[in-house]
Design a binder for this molecule. Structure first.
Ligand code: ZN
Length: 136
């Protein structure tokens, strides 16, 4: 069995935004040379996360609006006593990470509308994204 990994940098430009990183992930699958196995994608951060969903402008704004509704930027947050970004941690904590998907016959298995979307909740920042593949 072969393993392969690579780290990417993603620069976000706004305080909160959704960035499609699918091209990077698909390039990594090709570069890995793995035809059958598993792909793991991790965003090693506590105030940004990754989800699989549709890269459509309205939906991305809906997602940000809903997150703002669930976790307003201002609130009675304990963490804000030491670091003024509790809302970003809480938004990130709503989603599990890393994402794990199968690679079959050289193709990443995912739904037609499942793109890799990075959700930035405390930007702008440089974010790291780790892609790890294992298989044959
Ligand atoms: Zn913090």
């Amino acid at each position: 069995m072969k393993t392969w990994s690579r780290e990417f940098n993603v620069s976000t430009r706004k305080h909160c935004e959704v960035v499609d990183v699918t091209d990077k992930v698909l390039a990594a699958v090709r570069e890995s040379g793995i035809r059958n196995g598993l792909l793991l994608v991790l965003l090693p951060h506590a105030t940004a996360t990754l989800v699989l969903n549709e890269d459509e402008g309205g939906l991305k704004q809906d997602l940000l609006n809903k997150l703002d509704g669930l976790v307003p930027q201002q609130g009675n947050y304990q963490h804000d006593r030491i670091d003024d970004n509790a809302h970003a941690h809480l938004k990130s904590a709503l989603f599990s990470s890393p994402l794990v998907l199968p690679i079959i016959d050289g193709r990443l298995v995912r739904g037609t509308w499942q793109n890799f979307l990075l959700i930035e909740a405390d930007g702008p920042r440089n974010r790291r994204m780790v892609v790890f593949a294992m298989g044959e």
